[in-house]
Design a protein around this ligand. Structure first.
Ligand code: AMP
Ligand code: GLY
Length: 415
């Protein structure tokens, strides 16, 4: 079949790479894609949030499946429009995408279904928020309600900081919640209505600086699996969090279809939900894709058409290191030349996914904050680490930087 993939980042490059290798993918089209994705797919310039244009392209190309990478087109209703046109789509409808689009919606769903998550209040104005603050101990977490590209959350370490964050946020929907202690892990599950199967676990590194310091980013690196999410904890997370969510969404007449990304806090009493995303994580996806075995396109098609099957993942370990442009997550330096990707990919089991690149006349150049997602697989996380950093070292990108400590928690434990 012909598959249309929506998106243009490192996540989509990894999806394109794996889809293009799938026996049931005869032809891959990406919109808008990027120079990395163009290695595996035919790229078409198009705004993936332009719902009518996406449906028209899928029709014109005879797409048998549309795979939606990022959340914004889902929240904009691209899933609904494709389903209405009779085209199979991997990704939820807009009402189910509220699991990511509205933190308040998800918190209420958890409360109504006994799903473990931090205790919270939903707030509409600054004065309400300030009044509610005294019901929480410090640290306290303040979240803007809507999509905020990872920037809508403040973990306030003092009352003053909380007041400041609330004032900065201004009037508008917000959630105040209890601070949970523990280690974070991400669980990706394939969901089709009330049914769900675990897909893979990963751990992301959100802070820009080594030792998990400095401002939050979209993610500076990841590894998979996350052994801290043991088989027992994963099963609990499926039974106590993911499956009750899938059943509640289906019972409400807003079934979820696609990949549900549960950000978990592994607390002393068990896994607790931090947040949901309705798509693969970036860079978690880059770390997971090399572990996927079998026909990935057929797996996603099954999710989209009501025949959810169990995925096959190798038990090898992967690591992804993001190479970002200097200045990120502030204003990144644009246009820096990138060389050496082919050299990096000559290293055994290294793949370099493009996150923010552009082909200029002279060379490949940076065109975003996160520029490359260098990924390697190995028999152990240590082996994957050695390979991925050899790959990073082979790349010549003077305007770039990366963290040298991806996987540190797990590597320390392994020692
Ligand atoms: P979110 O955008 O909801 O994933 O939040 C971003 C980050 O803030 C998470 O990855 C956590 O590190 C942290 N965070 C969010 N909510 C909580 C919470 N209730 N307790 C502790 N940390 C949290
Ligand atoms: N890496 C976190 C995310 O994709 O939201």
């Amino acid at each position: 079949m012909t598959i249309l993939l929506l998106g243009s980042g490192g996540r989509e490059d990894a999806l394109a790479w794996r889809l293009a290798q799938s026996p049931s993918c005869a032809r891959l089209i990406a919109a808008p894609g990027n120079p990395g994705i163009a290695r595996w797919a035919q790229c078409v310039a198009l705004d993936p949030c332009d719902v009518a244009a996406v449906v028209a392209l899928a029709r014109a190309e005879g797409a048998g499946l549309v795979v939606v990478g990022p959340e914004a087109p889902l929240v904009a209703g691209v899933g609904d429009a494709l389903r209405a046109a009779g085209i199979a789509v991997f990704g939820p409808n807009a009402d189910a995408a509220r699991l990511e689009g509205s933190k308040g919606f998800t918190k209420d769903l958890c409360a109504a279904n006994g799903i473990p998550t931090a205790s919270y209040v939903r707030i509409e104005t600054v004065s309400e928020a300030l009044a509610a603050l005294d019901r929480f101990s410090i640290p306290v977490v303040i979240k803007a309600d809507g999509l905020a590209a990872g920037k809508g959350v403040t973990v306030a370490m003092s009352r003053d900081e909380a007041v400041e964050a609330i004032s900065q946020a201004g009037d508008g929907p917000m959630v105040l919640e209890e601070f949970m202690e523990g280690e974070e892990a991400s669980l990706f599950a394939l969901v089709d209505g009330p049914n769900a199967v675990a897909f893979a676990s990963a751990q992301d590194h959100k802070r820009v600086g080594e030792g998990d310091t400095g401002p939050n980013t979209g993610g500076m690196g990841a590894y998979s699996p996350a052994p801290v999410l043991t088989a027992e904890l994963e099963q609990r997370a499926m039974e106590e969090i993911v499956l009750p969510t899938a059943r509640a969404m289906a019972a409400a007449g807003t079934p979820f279809s696609g990949v549900l990304f549960a950000g978990l806090m592994l607390t002393r009493t068990g896994p607790s939900l931090i947040e949901y995303n309705v798509r693969f994580g970036d860079p978690e996806c880059e770390a997971i894709m090399p572990r996927v075995e079998g026909d990935f396109a057929a797996l996603l098609y099954g999710v989209a058409t009501g025949s959810l099957a169990s995925p096959h993942l190798s038990d090898e370990a992967t690591m992804t290191v993001v190479v970002a442009a200097k200045g990120y997550p502030g204003t990144p330096v644009a246009g820096g030349a990138i060389r050496g990707i082919e050299l990096a990919e000559q290293i055994k089991d290294v793949t370099v996914f493009h996150a923010g690149t552009r082909q200029s006349e002279a060379s490949l150049v940076a065109s975003g904050g996160r520029v490359l997602a260098v990924t390697a697989i190995g028999r152990s996380l240590g082996e994957a680490r050695a390979r991925v950093y050899a790959g990073v070292a082979a790349i010549d990108f003077a305007d770039g930087f990366h963290r040298r400590d991806i996987g540190w928690r797990e590597l320390e434990r392994a020692e």
